[in-house]
Design a protein around this ligand. Sequence first.
Ligand SMILES: [Zn+2]
Ligand SMILES: [Zn+2]
Length: 278
Amino acid sequence: MPYAHGLKPGDVLDNDKLTQLFKCGNAGGMRRSKETNSLVLISDHTKSLYDDRWDGDICHYTGMGQVGDQDINYMQNRTLAESTTNGVDVYLFEVFKPNQYIYRGPVKLAGRPYTERQLDREKNLRTVWVFPVQLLGNNKQPTVTVDELEDKQAHREKQARNLSDAELAKRAKSSGSKAGTRRVSTTVYERNEFIAEYAKRCAKGICQLCDQPAPFSKNGVPFLEVHHIEWLSRGGEDTVENTVALCPNCHRKMHILDLPADIQKLKSRARSNAQTLE
Ligand SMILES: [Zn+2]
Ligand SMILES: [Zn+2]
């Protein structure tokens, strides 16, 4: 296994530290260091609208060159293409938040580089080189947290919103048809089913925020969702006093806006729920 300067997968470095350890340049996605005979690949999800894509345990890494057709023999594209024979150690970092470089581990080329059509920075369709790489060792795709994924998604959605209609149409139509996949680690709260059922029964098929009937029924039961006024993920309690039943619209609203006036209303509803079924 190549020497990774004492780093463990998951370690987070800032740009200065990364540059110091690997003795590489401080900008760009592919950073060669002659001194440490290494090539650092940075998969920066905050940077561009086209993105390196994971599929199973393979990261499909887009090569160097921001404008015009990319050349497989250009600088570090060549280093990576020849990395099975040139003795250069290759390492992968991922970025979900500016200046937080998450170390993933040493990687190797896992197949032949191939070309893809993508828009460049000046919005012209061009050819890029894509390098399938895989982590050494257990070969598994690193898991990301829901937060990391949401940061990335929010950032990219903002970029998409800022495009003109014409640019958006161009990008939407030239995007690859294959969706990437990520392994996500998440914490799931096991809610008490008696408390959930209690809230629903008190609501009697009427949303406790907008006071409208549930929009549809499932198996003859009006469909409402159970919501914790103070979210479980923020330390809220799984109790009758903290639980209401909402229509799907209002439930989304609470998770997206969580307005103080709505919270107040739901708190008083939950308090009366607590007295309803006695
Ligand atoms: Zn509602
Ligand atoms: Zn909820």
